[in-house]
Design a protein around this ligand. Sequence first.
Ligand code: ADP
Length: 584
Amino acid sequence: MGTGGRDGLPAGRRPWRLLLDQVRPHRRMLLLGGALSLVGSAAGLSMPLLAKRVIDAFGTGAQLVGPVLGLSVAVLVGALISAGGRFLLERMGENIVLASRRTLVDRMLRLRVADVDRLKPGDLLSRVSSDTTLLRAVCTESLAGLVGAAFMFLGAVVMMALMDGLLLLVTLAVVAAVALMGTTIAPRIRKASLQAQVALGEMGSTLDRALQAFRTVKASGAEGREIAAVGEAAAVARDRGVTAAAWTSVAGIGAWMSIQLAFLAVLGVGGARVASGAMAISSLIAFLLYLFYLVSPIGQLIQSITQIQNGLAAITRIQEITELPTEPAAEPAAAGSHDPVGVAFDGVVFRYGDDRPVVHDDVSFEVSAGGMTALVGPSGAGKSTVFGLIERFYEPQAGTIAIGGRDVRDWPLGELRAALGYVEQDAPVLAGTFQENLVFGAPEATDEEIARALARTRLDDLVARLPEGLETPVGHRGILLSGGERQRVAIARALLRRPRLLLLDEATSQLDAVNEMRLREVVAEVARETTVLVIAHRLSTVTGADRIIVMEAGRVRASGTHHELVDADELYRELAATQFLVGS
Ligand code: ADP
């Protein structure tokens, strides 16, 4: 079930500290809200005392108006103050959720590509939306509730002590048993809650998988199976939730029973003392009222402890993400030089993970500045990985990669990426308008620059025909565009960054003749101004290249021009015969 330790409880008190870290910036609000709640509770605490006065007044025939009025005012004012306190605490809870969502999202988008490869998008989504929500209840109801309940509890105990020490001892003995029980139950609630959140994350990622491949799911007639898989994950979340609920209700029943037992014990002992004349009946009634005052703080205590366990589980999951290393800050660098740069790989060894096969096994090649170089080779040879390493999405285990004669590790990351234009193989287009997609990598691009990029990528005709021009939406993942158009939008986007090196991973899908010719023109034109490194699947790209690098099974096998390679390299000849000439 994913990465290490997600199921297990972290050792020690660390989650507690993390939870308090979330609350610390809001401590003033917490204090104010908590204080108001306390004042409200204090007003409540005076109630039995006033009730005792009313009852005593019955007996002595004294004035009733004063005590009854006092009682009403205490109740009303207490309720108002409590409500105000509660609102402040709720607001603080929302602020805590907001802060933790911001931190989490900030962290997520700065994670290293290698870590995100491992994580599931659906699970990440659930951490931002669902786990953070759990924090709200913890910080508002639970922490404040805990303090309020403790105050009520202590207050009631003090009042009871003042009335009758013996009865108090009877009460506390019974109540102590519950507390003991609570300490064994709390960790179980926390574990079940953590597992429920993990299951929720699983559900998110299963659903995400189905939605990402929606057409394939339908085309494969797999709706039923995917629905069942998501349902199953949801059922696991339910089961874990039920387990937590079971422990919560055990705790609740324990608390209730202890109060009932204490009530019976106090009634027995107190009744005997009233009969013997050692205690006034009004005192016994007030004592019993205070006893019932313990019910609500104990209930609150149980609820708070449960919610805090949920919160600790949530914060553990949030922390799993925020603890991952991030990339060094890659803020867009100020536009520096736009001169083309060369690339040099020297003895690069790379694997995607320690337990994964070697993808690059001593790769060395050089691409001089300017012009077009094509990377060819069977699929899986490691061509796309070359791009990932140039962009520093991954770090090689050995060897060096230099861009413009400078080791990529010596480039500030933002500057390095600003020098590169990267067109991924599936040429992702984001939901939004044409315009938004074009300026995605260069928000300050001028209208002229945009017009030029459109002309260079032969998209100007298309945009001119669109009803809303550049403001036309392109649909989710650019679904309203054809494959060739999407690819050229991606190229235009990369060009607007005025890259010193353009990395173009050609789509394997076949383009029609018109689109292919356009792409060839575009690439040839771009190669006159900047260095173009293209992973080629088509003869048109390859024959137009100044130089071709042939990769096979993680190594560079040969390099040269098309004609040189046809003569000298057997694999290239084969590739040319099948892949380029006959195939795609
Ligand atoms: P090519 O572009 O030549 O087809 P790639 O560089 O895409 O080859 O892939 C080379 C190998 O690396 C393949 O075996 C592929 O499965 C593996 N690979 C590619 N990307 C990843 C990744 N993000 N995580 C793990 N393995 C990967």
